[in-house]
Design a protein around this ligand. Structure first.
Ligand code: SF4
Length: 350
């Protein structure tokens, strides 16, 4: 079945509500999403249940964080007229499909997911030996397949998750069919460019490292953060030539600066013709240029959060309709229809 009458392929993606987003989130996902809105039929989900897989002991921030994420989506340019933004827990059918998928998913498939092992080893301040944490890729499969997503935009590290979703779809299709055909398409990963975005200390930008530039940082904060950002360690004195390819500020220029600035940085850094302070000022200019319009858009919703909430509710209603149609087929295929069927009366004998 084509995913939509206008034949646009359907894209499904989600983001955990971890609070306000930073430039790394923007460059790694959000910027790509914004560009996909017209090419694909996009469903973007704030996956608040996924937040519970690690933050189950204190759930107080899940809802406020969900709204912050939505505000940043809107700020970045996701448009409710061109895509569907919704809250996972407001489409409870995801949980039903998760349950049904959990019946057919072998444990071994989940235990071998690379991020499962990795996170259990790295996150030591939480007990992740829970059923929910092991099963989160099954929930992810439900999130995608309930919309019969054609594509899932991911970076390289997320490809195994999409592969698991494909395996679950295949297994379901092997066991059950709907009107004699396979019910679920096997979604493809849509590999999106995720340029290396360093934080202010040169490591990957991440909230846990405290090295982020937030989408909501006002101009003076952005400029201050840039001032203290690490540079090419070989450039100790102003007269030492540097190499922008070995400098986190150089990486920022590659992503955000125009060609003329980039050429000035390349030439000036290598010949020691410019100082790092000047160069960082140009990088800050480029960031402020991108962040200012976002912050203006965000303000409209910050002043009236109800507007944002209404967008989420309308999106959740739209998503529920699509999810509901899929679930009718799933229940039918599995012989679990909600329709009442009278038991057959025994044939009368003459
Ligand atoms: S001039 Fe710019 S690119 Fe070169 S080391 Fe300094 S901050 Fe980095």
């Amino acid at each position: 079945m084509p995913s939509e009458s206008n034949q646009r392929k359907r894209v499904l993606s989600g983001m955990r509500p971890t609070g306000k987003l930073h430039l790394g989130n923007y460059v790694g996902a959000l910027q790509n999403w914004v560009g996909m809105q017209d090419q694909y039929e996009c469903f973007f989900c704030v996956v608040d249940w996924h937040a519970l897989t690690t933050d189950y002991a204190d759930t107080s921030q899940v809802k406020p964080n969900s709204i912050e994420v939505l505000l940043d989506w809107l700020a970045a340019g996701l448009d409710p007229e061109r895509c569907t933004m919704f809250l996972q827990s407001h489409v409870p059918l995801h949980a039903e499909l998760h349950l049904l998928f959990s019946m057919i998913t072998p444990l071994g498939w989940l235990e071998r997911v690379p991020t499962y092992k990795e996170q259990r080893e790295n996150i030591t301040d939480k007990d992740l030996s829970t059923y929910g944490f092991l099963g989160y890729p099954v929930l992810q499969a439900a999130d995608i397949l309930i919309y019969k997503g054609d594509f899932v935009p991911v970076g390289e590290d997320q490809v195994p998750h999409v592969e698991l979703t494909r395996e679950i779809a295949r297994r379901f299709n092997n066991f059950y069919s709907f009107n004699g055909r396979s019910l679920f398409p096997e979604p493809q990963p849509l590999l999106t460019p995720t340029p290396k975005l360093p934080g202010t200390d040169g490591r990957k930008m991440s909230k846990s490292y405290g090295n982020t530039i937030m989408l909501t940082d006002p101009e003076p904060v952005v400029r201050q953060k840039l001032k203290t950002m690490v540079t090419d360690p070989a450039r100790v004195r102003r007269s030492d030539p540097g190499n922008p390819d070995l400098c986190p500020v150089g990486d920022l220029h590659k992503i955000f600066s125009d060609r003329t600035t980039l050429a000035k940085v390349n030439e000036g850094c290598r010949s020691a013709g410019i100082g790092c302070i000047e160069c960082k000022g140009w990088a800050a200019d480029a960031l402020v240029n991108i962040l200012n319009p976002m912050q203006e858009r965000r303000k409209k919703y910050e002043d009236n959060p109800r507007l944002a909430w209404d967008i989420l509710e309308a999106g959740s209603a739209r998503a529920s309709k699509v999810a509901g149609a899929t679930m009718n087929e799933v229940r039918d295929a599995m012989g679990m229809s909600l329709e009442y069927e009278a038991p057959r009366a025994p044939q009368a004998t003459k």
